[in-house]
Design a protein around this ligand. Structure first.
Ligand SMILES: *Cc1c(COP(=O)(O)O)cnc(C)c1O
Length: 313
């Protein structure tokens, strides 16, 4: 990202375009769903069940994956934003969910989502359906393998492009992305730092969750679950008022990427992740031997649910 780099007086700056993974406007959940769908099909499922926030990218990609595999999709959407405008409720990812013919159930903020999803699965089983339950964000050890794969890809690309020591920066939410990245780096014996920028949970909670999931992913890979706790970093300084709530730093980051690189990032995840990376660059937080790579985990479809955050009428 040469223009952004010049703007920020930064070291060499790269972006991993996981917004281009191809599944229905792309994003990180595509990599996880590759493994989860395989398991669902092996188990003979006919319906994918999952949950997320109203503007969930995960639900949109799951609905698209279900369409490709010829399965039904049902999703619980949690109202996490107070008094949202009409377009938050109906445009962006929600509109796309309906194009994929997903069945959507809106539930109030603070609902115990995993328990509610199990209730829905029980109801469907009583109707002789075969639901396959995908935890929030597809973040379990199987889903996290998608990001172990991403490290194999990055290792090859970094070698081809002659990068020095990569330092990955990305937005972290349900933890599977960071867990998979860290498990892959650890299993391959690489010494690449990863900085997660949190979008919801406090630092300690998020790091504990990522660490646990990374170790369970290592076990699934047949590796000992010995990732050092100190390798897990999740900064909670860019969340603002809460999950999905706009911040000034997010708006600046979305506009900066659009205006300097022609790249769309999103208001909930990558906008805050990029705000974190910009702040780190301004503070000179990266080592002089490091090449910074922002992992673009997708989400631009949510922009259409968030015009109000950018001062648009
Ligand atoms: C889900 C998501 C993330 C966070 O990834 P997790 O694996 O849930 O931590 C980041 N960016 C976007 C655009 C997402 O949809």
């Amino acid at each position: 990202m040469n223009r952004l780099r010049a703007k920020l007086n930064a070291p060499r700056l790269f972006i991993k375009r996981d917004d281009c993974t191809g599944l229905a406007t792309g994003g990180s959940k595509t990599r996880k769903l590759e493994f989860l769908l395989g398991d669902a099909l092996k188990q003979g499922a006919d319906t994918l069940l999952t949950h997320g926030a109203v503007q969930s990218n995960h639900v949109r990609q799951t609905a698209a994956a279900a369409a490709i595999a010829g399965l039904r999709c049902e999703a619980l959407l949690e109202e996490r934003v107070n008094n949202p405008p009409n377009e938050y409720e109906h445009s962006g990812n929600v509109f796309l969910d309906t194009l994929f013919d997903a069945t959507l159930h809106h539930v109030p903020g603070g609902t115990a989502m995993d328990a509610a999803l199990e209730d829905l699965a029980t109801q469907l089983r009583a109707q002789n359906k075969k639901p396959y339950v995908i935890s929030g964000g597809g973040s379990n050890p199987l889903g996290s393998l998608g990001y172990v794969d991403c490290i194999l890809e990055l290792q090859k690309q970094c070698a081809e492009m002659g990068l020095r020591k990569p330092h990955l920066v990305h937005a972290t939410g349900s933890a599977g992305t960071q867990a998979g990245l860290l498990a892959g780096i650890h299993a391959l014996g690489l010494n690449w730092p990863v900085t997660g920028i949190g979008v919801r949970a406090p630092k300690e909670t998020q790091e504990t969750r990522v660490h646990g999931l990374a170790n369970r992913t290592l076990e699934l890979l047949g590796h000992s679950p010995d990732l050092p706790r100190a390798k897990v970093v999740a900064d909670d300084g860019f969340i603002g008022a809460g999950y999905g709530q706009p911040t000034e730093g997010m708006v600046e980051a979305v506009q900066m990427l659009a205006r300097n690189e022609g790249i769309l990032i999103d208001p909930v995840y990558t906008g805050k992740g990029m705000a974190g990376m910009i702040a780190m660059l301004r503070a000179g937080a990266f080592g002089s031997d490091e090449d910074v790579i922002f992992v673009h985990t997708g989400g631009s479809a949510a922009l259409f649910g968030y015009r109000w955050a950018f001062g648009q009428p």
